[in-house]
Design a protein around this ligand. Structure first.
Ligand SMILES: *[C@@H]1O[C@H](CO)[C@@H](O)[C@H](O)[C@H]1NC(C)=O
Length: 249
């Protein structure tokens, strides 16, 4: 009897644990057939992001405020900005204040396109860098603060249906982003081995030329952050069946 009980308990936990997950109860749901599906998603997605401030432990979704990224390495080749940059212990602040300005869901083709606006996104990280900007050499090791104001991001999510145990998931196989910040503020502590005068001058120079500097580095940031966004999206989309994210009736 006792063994039977244990057996029952084990089977029970086994099957509950492997059953398909659902979105947290407090998430807004949108219906596939809703003629206003895009409007529904435009409000549901940022609402979900705000509810993910502390992450979703049951789906292993990490905290979104801040969103932590382990490392980004950037080799910027030719052109006026040639810098090798290594960032570690990256924290992104401000993503949960994002709103969406447009949403275009094409569920038949597993494609989601949306434009977001983040009033202030701070990228704070330990950095090491070496290179040159225009004719000026730059090197340092300290804390970087790259702040983007009124950041418009164009997201293009390209998914595909994946069926497991007869259940269909919408796996995102590609996630493309374009960053269009209204303004970028840069600050690198401890440039030139802590030489304050040179460091202050370089930080002032970087901010006067922030458009040039950012444009040269933009593609690397976009590539790195799109893979972070893709991972977070797939944490949910690979575990929650498509018809529980986009309700069928
Ligand atoms: C980063 O820079 C922005 C803009 O200058 C500033 O508002 C913010 O407080 C800084 N963040 C940190 C952690 O230093």
């Amino acid at each position: 009897m006792f063994l039977n009980c244990i057996f029952l308990i084990l089977t029970y936990t086994c099957c509950v644990a492997t059953a398909a997950n659902d979105l947290p109860d407090n998430f807004q749901r949108c219906r596939q057939k809703d003629t206003k599906l895009n409007d529904c998603l435009k409000s549901a997605v940022p609402d979900a992001l705000r509810k993910m401030k502390e992450g979703i432990p049951s789906l292993a979704v990490p905290s979104m405020e801040p969103l932590k990224v382990s490392a980004i390495n950037i080799e910027s080749g030719a052109g006026p900005v040639v810098i090798t940059q290594n960032y570690r212990n990256i924290k992104l602040y401000g993503l949960t204040d994002t709103i969406l300005t447009t949403y275009k869901a094409d569920l038949k083709h597993h494609r989601l396109r949306t434009d977001s606006l983040t009033p202030k996104m701070e990228f704070i990280a330990d950095y090491v860098m070496k290179g040159r900007i225009l004719v000026l050499p730059i090197q340092g090791k300290g804390i970087a603060n790259i702040t983007m104001l009124n950041l418009v991001v164009k997201h293009d999510l390209i998914g595909e249906p994946v069926t497991r145990d007869g259940v269909t998931y919408m796996h995102m196989r590609d996630y493309r982003v374009k960053f269009i910040p209204q303004r970028v503020l840069l600050h690198f502590s401890n440039l030139f081995n802590g030489d304050k005068r040179l460091g202050d001058q370089m930080n002032a120079f970087l901010n006067e030329n922030s458009e040039l500097v950012f444009n040269e580095l933009k593609e690397s940031y976009e590539k790195s952050l799109s893979s972070v966004f893709q991972d977070v999206t797939n944490k949910i989309f690979d575990k929650v069946p498509m018809n529980k994210i986009f309700l069928e009736d």
